[in-house]
Design a protein around this ligand. Structure first.
Ligand code: 5GP
Length: 194
């Protein structure tokens, strides 16, 4: 078992509706030492890729992406979820269905911060049905940049996102892949990894 799987077993809480709560260390209160271990591990797993920029999505991807960026020595851009008054100029926009909030959002990146030919690593906290990722990928494609890797902290392997993204040929690395979880017993089963 790796460091993240151990932490999920220790502090993760399985909720009804296939939701895993990890807000004591990942997406509300954040354990930066754990994020550093994640950064190191993503650096190792994407060693072969020439990453020039990290792209994530607000809000919970940002903390992880910033720490991961230290290990790649590259800037981070995050997709915004609502069009704020501060977003000016030309924009890339994609539609995304939210798993946790059960609604549709637009995600937006300014054309200033994503350029043709750039090599992008996408980072996010969770992969469930893959809607958030598909939105980020479509923005990278629209910019004429390339997705050289996708790093996810926790993949829910029993939902369709991981399979879909791997079938599309992307280099997807998830630090913990949950194959099964049960809210009545609290049991979590991980997919074995190398
Ligand atoms: P997807 O678009 O892959 O269906 O869902 C990904 C997004 O939904 C993630 O960015 C994450 O914020 C949220 N999410 C999906 N499943 C879970 C879950 O089990 N627990 C938590 N805390 N967030 C989740």
């Amino acid at each position: 078992m790796n460091f993240l799987e151990e932490r999920i077993l220790k502090d993760g809480i399985v909720k009804k509706g296939n939701v895993l709560k990890v807000d004591s260390f990942l997406n509300h209160q954040m354990d930066i030492s754990l994020f550093e271990q994640m950064g190191e591990e993503f650096r190792r797993r994407f060693e072969q890729e020439k990453i020039e920029k990290i792209l994530t999505i607000e809000a919970s991807g940002i903390g992880i992406a910033c720490i991961v960026a230290k290990y790649f020595q590259v800037p981070v851009v995050f997709a915004k979820k609502a069009k704020s008054v501060n977003l000016e100029g030309e924009l890339y926009i994609a539609e995304v269905e939210s798993f946790t909030h059960k609604c549709r959002n637009q995600i937006i990146v300014s054309k200033k911060y994503l350029k043709q030919g750039e090599h992008i690593l996408i980072i996010d906290d969770f992969l469930a049905n893959g809607c958030a990722l598909q939105g980020l990928i479509s923005i990278v494609n629209e910019a004429g940049a390339t997705v050289d890797g996708i790093g996810i902290a926790i993949e829910k392997g029993f939902q369709i996102g991981g399979r879909t993204i791997r079938n599309l040929g992307y280099h997807l690395e998830s630090l913990a892949i949950i194959d099964k979880m049960d809210d009545e017993t609290g049991t979590i089963t991980f997919r074995p990894q190398k």
